[in-house]
Design a binder for this molecule. Structure first.
Ligand SMILES: Cc1ncc(COP(=O)(O)O)c(C=O)c1O
Length: 389
């Protein structure tokens, strides 16, 4: 069967092959065609033979402990709202950082609470951020008439220019949004410099640090800005179970901040109601599972080395990454969109162009065999991309 990305999301491999018939093209009519196709198999992950390297997930999750907890929580608690489990996880997080439950808000993925923060901020002013960062949630209010993000150019090496950000804070800025390590660059800020910036900037406005990838760094705690909350600074920090914990599909994320900030931000949605027993159980079982985190970090390190080697072997460069994705420079005539299309032809899914950064292509790490597919597909994909240029 020909790989057809538009159907990939909906169909399981074996059923898709049957439904596709001789043409290899699947249409809704394929399902009405015969008795073998009464109930399409629901697909939860990527189809067999597809390397999914486009969303910075950890395909080695959920951990064995999380899988067990998911089954237990679903069978004993699936009929009930997840209030107790939410409180349990909140307390675990609070204890880890010497905070209280009132300093923490858990939602179905950090995107939700991050978007509440954006809605809250934009009632007062604009959000300030770098040109290149994970801006999805800070853009959310725009569709409801909110302001565009005020952006500051990244430094020439694509790192976040903290001085420029600080100088851009004026009375109209209601929140500064920093992502560290940054997505899509994979670059990390020097902790002392970020700390100094956060303390200075938070005297003028609210500072949000999205630490979605913190646990992927070897010395994550050294890079975290959470201690600044304990010190009383006007800072909120977001974390997620979607990355190193391998629970992107289970949807658990959280925000930490002062009691006042958390209470205010929580008013912009019903995040507590978004939680589910299975996701919370998985998060609780994974939170202190250092062996699984070490294992995942090792896989990411191995995959990163494979990608960097392939990049070099193909005459390209990439930004050394602190995370589970790499920002590859496809060169002068490079096109991230053409490269993505050519990769997709070979069943490798990666990201396309970001903003005006035409030659920059982001690839996630992933299962080692998926990364091998990316590495093997690279020469042909580059050739196809250059042909189009
Ligand atoms: C920096 C950053 N923050 C937050 C998220 C959202 O994660 P989730 O909503 O799954 O917690 C992502 C997703 O890729 C991300 O890259």
């Amino acid at each position: 069967m020909t790989y057809n990305p538009s159907r990939r999301t909906f169909l399981g491999g074996s059923l898709a092959a049957t439904a596709a018939g001789a043409s290899g093209i699947i249409t809704p009519a394929s399902f009405a065609a015969g008795p073998a196709m009464t109930a399409p198999e629901i697909m939860y992950g990527p189809a067999a033979g597809v390397a999914k390297l486009n969303a910075n997930e950890n395909p080695y999750g959920p951990s064995p402990a999380a899988l067990k907890a998911i089954a237990h929580a679903s069978s004993t608690g699936g009929a009930y709202y997840a209030y107790q489990a939410a409180m349990y996880l909140t307390d675990m997080i609070a204890e880890k950082y010497s905070l209280t439950a009132k300093n923490i808000a858990i939602t179905a993925g950090s995107s939700l609470i991050l978007s509440y923060a954006a809605y809250a901020a934009t009632t007062k002013g604009v959000i300030l951020g770098p040109d290149l960062f994970w801006d999805t949630t800070s853009k959310a209010p725009i569709s409801q008439g909110g302001p565009e993000i005020k952006r500051v150019p990244n430094a020439p090496d694509l790192s976040i220019d903290l001085d420029a950000l600080y100088n851009a804070i004026d009375d109209n800025v209601a929140m500064v949004h920093i992502c560290n390590p940054n997505n899509p660059t994979g670059k990390i800020l020097e902790p002392a410099k970020l700390r100094e910036f956060c303390i200075k900037a938070s005297k003028k406005t609210l500072v949000l640090v999205d630490e979605a990838y913190n646990e992927l760094i070897q010395d994550g705690p050294k890079h975290s800005m959470i201690p600044l909350i304990n010190e009383g600074h006007n800072i909120i920090v977001a974390r997620t179970f979607s990355k190193i914990y391998g629970l992107a599909g289970m949807r658990v994320g959280y925000m930490l901040g002062s009691e006042e900030n958390i209470e205010l931000i929580n008013k912009y949605g019903l995040g507590g109601y978004s939680l589910n027993q299975a996701g919370l159980a998985a998060a609780i079982a994974s939170y202190n599972d250092e062996a699984f985190k070490d294992f995942s970090r090792d896989k990411v390190t191995e995959a990163r080395a494979m990608i960097m080697e392939a990049v070099k072997a193909n005459g390209l460069t990439a930004i050394p990454s602190s995370t589970n994705f790499i920002f590859v420079n496809l060169g002068e005539n490079g096109s991230a969109n053409a490269f993505r299309a050519a990769m997709e032809e070979q069943n490798v899914l990666i990201r396309g162009q970001y903003r005006s950064y035409t030659p920059w292509s982001r690839v996630s790490t992933g299962r080692i065999e998926d990364v091998k597919m990316y590495v093997d597909a690279m020469p042909k994909a580059l050739e196809a991309m250059y042909k189009k240029a």
